[in-house]
Design a protein around this ligand. Sequence first.
Ligand code: CAA
Length: 295
Amino acid sequence: MTNAVNVQNIGIVGAGQMGSGIAQVCAQCGYSVSLADISQDVLDKAVTGIGGRLQRLVEKERLTQDALDAAVGNITTKTDYAGFGDCDLVIEAATENEEIKKSIFENLIPALRDDAILATNTSSISITRLAAATDRPERFIGMHFMNPVPVMKLVELSKGIATDEATYSAVNTVVGKLGKTSITSEDFPAFIVNRILVPMMNEAIYVLQEGIGGVTDIDGAMKLGANQPMGPLELADFVGLDTCLAIMQVLYDGFADSKYRPCPLLVKYVEAGWLGRKTGRGFYDYSGDKPVPTR
Ligand code: CAA
């Protein structure tokens, strides 16, 4: 029954870094967006952040004030799933934790129409396994946005074993309307981008742990020597060290191959609560005007 789905109303669950970015681009492209989070504080911060980013675009004369007002007007925030019955597509963008995602689906599904598509922004977890925890594996799909969502052009789509073509096609159409490009990955741990990117960051942390270079040497090497816009440690802080560790763990468990072992120094940082930019400290200290390397 997914053939007729013409997506107009989009629900987003989770208003953190990824959810708020997804909400922004959807609202800017004229979709009506319901943004849900358990925390009103997180929702308020998301709306303030979106308003601020759009305001900067107005100042740079890349967006009109009318377009800003329209985009902000397209977003409704909620701490429950009331109104999600109007959504044609719901994108789950919660923490990278399988149990949390499954518990969200359990609470969310009773609020959805039968023909609504459910997508997950998971960056590593099996789409097939998440889909099996829902009532609609054929209308369930991986829709992985990159951070920062408003800037990055890619959305990585991944079909679970049961995902039907109509679902893929409806979601791929949305990606195009958002001005982004999709690639399609088979449903294997961490898909394509993170299968390659996150072990690279993990290896950089090994290089740091082994004392082969300091933070500045490692990031400088990869920025100047491999033309990466951010060095791997800067990027790990940007993505969130907890997310990096969760992805390494999914790769390690999924392939049972020691080449994916999480670096002990990464584990130690996460255990210390040094999660990168979002907590003010990771491989850099963000408390001052400029990030300062910590090793
Ligand atoms: N949100 C929205 N826009 C942002 C932004 C943010 N968080 N950060 C920067 N921008 C915008 C700026 O407004 C600016 O826009 P204009 O060019 O239109 O003026 C543009 O991006 C460039 O920003 P800056 O000049 O301030 O800084 P920069 O040139 O250093 O670029 C960057 C910043 C785009 C983030 C760049 O450093 C970059 O591309 N870094 C790598 C990002 C990356 O690899 N992302 C993937 C992470 S992996 C992932 O997401 C998958 C996963 O599951 C873990």
